[in-house]
Design a protein around this ligand. Structure first.
Ligand code: V47
Length: 360
């Protein structure tokens, strides 16, 4: 392990074989190595933001076996909000200090990029000071193809209409065989990678995710990380990586159950060590729960996402302990300080903001 400690201190890149060895090393040593890497990159800082989600619809053309959220059109439990309802949801949070609106939903069969450009313009008008991080690469690819536009032109239209950044969802696992079992209608990983690469070329920053803890192997996970590292070497456009642990309630893969907290923490740590060129590793608390989120800070995570304000259902529908995720800034900062770190409020682009009392 001493040899790895030196390599990591010197900023040397880790190979696939080395990552396999590290993943399997005693968990306290893995935590220490990931912490040394996070301290090189971000010191003791833990970033958070004040954010809300908008989930326009859960009607989706895809039928991913891990998803507890999607419905067919007209099915019980489906929703499809018009712009007025979405704007009313935005206005409920005006004046609360929110700096980011995260928009993501199902891939609706009849909506194209012009519909979503209109939504972006309306949200920007309602909350002019916020940044909009919107639409997974899978939604973007579908809505642009639906309008018969090129990817570059469609992304440029979204950017002109108010898209500031793109979230990391829809990546799942890049391995094609696993993808065919998990999300056969989503298409090959190349689609996700191409949307992000094109966005980076246009100056739109993005996040990346990986869904783990289902039918994949450790090698699939590590290969996924290496594909992201390779793209980041070329573009530098990723801000954060979010490892998403599969949640097993109310979906077709439920018999698999869920991986343990320790396995989740190992994934956070190995992500920090593998992705030496992605600055932020996010411990997404609505998925992890607050306790595991705190532990994740000791395994290399330096971002906890945001206040959320009870505006997302993706994880509560899949059985997360946080059924109405909402964290006040004071509590969020207390959780971070308890773990021995310094909370720093950020905007979507990781610019540091001064922490101010909620509501100002
Ligand atoms: O792509 C869906 C995942 C993702 C389940 O970029 C599931 O800042 C586990 O990408 N169990 C959407 N995961 C959420 C997402 C995200 C979340 C927070 C922050 C950011 C960001 C992005 O959720 C989907 C899919 O991989 N997901 N169902 C499930 N049952």
């Amino acid at each position: 392990m001493d040899e790895f400690a030196v390599k990591i201190k010197m900023g040397a890149r880790l190979s696939l074989d080395e990552l396999v060895t590290l993943y399997n090393c005693p968990v306290s040593q893995l935590a220490a190595l990931a912490t040394s890497k996070r301290e090189q990159q971000n010191g003791k800082k833990v970033f958070f933001n004040r954010n809300i989600h908008l989930e326009p619809t859960n009607i989706c053309v895809n039928d991913c076996v891990f998803c507890s959220y999607r419905r067919n059109e007209g099915e019980a439990g489906s929703w499809d909000y018009g712009i007025d309802e979405l704007l009313a949801q935005c206005r409920r949070h005006a004046g609360t200090g929110v700096t980011e609106v995260h928009i993501v939903g199902g891939v609706h069969p009849r909506r194209d990029v012009h519909d979503y450009a209109g939504l972006l313009r309306a949200v920007k008008q309602a909350l002019p000071q916020v940044h909009i991080k919107a639409f997974t690469a899978i939604e973007i690819d579908y809505m642009i193809k639906k309008a018969g536009m090129s990817l570059t032109d469609g992304l440029a239209l979204l950017k002109q209409s108010g898209l500031d950044a793109i979230p990391g969802g829809g990546a799942e696992i890049f391995d094609e065989q696993v993808r065919r079992r998990l999300c056969p209608k989503k298409g090959p990983a190349g689609i996700w990678l191409r949307v992000h690469e094109t966005a980076h070329t246009l100056g739109v920053r993005t996040n990346a995710t990986m869904l783990f803890g289902h039918v994949e192997t450790l090698e699939h996970r590590l290969q996924h990380l290496l594909q992201l590292r390779e793209l980041q070497d070329r573009t530098g456009g990723f801000d954060a990586f979010i490892p998403l642990k599969y949640k097993s309630e109310n979906n077709a893969l439920g018999d698999l159950g869920e991986v343990s907290a320790v396995e989740t923490l190992r994934m956070i740590a190995i992500s920090r060590l593998a992705l030496d060129n992605i600055p932020h590793i996010k411990a997404y608390w609505p998925m992890l729960g607050k306790a595991v989120m705190q532990m994740a800070l000791l395994f290399g995570a330096d971002d906890v996402d945001g206040t959320i304000n009870d505006t997302t259902k993706i994880y509560s529908m899949a059985g997360a302990e946080e059924q109405h995720p909402c964290l006040g800034v004071d509590e969020l900062c207390r959780l971070v300080r308890d773990a021995g770190f310094v909370p720093v409020e950020r905007d979507t682009f990781y610019r540091e903001l001064q922490v101010r009392p909620f509501g100002q």
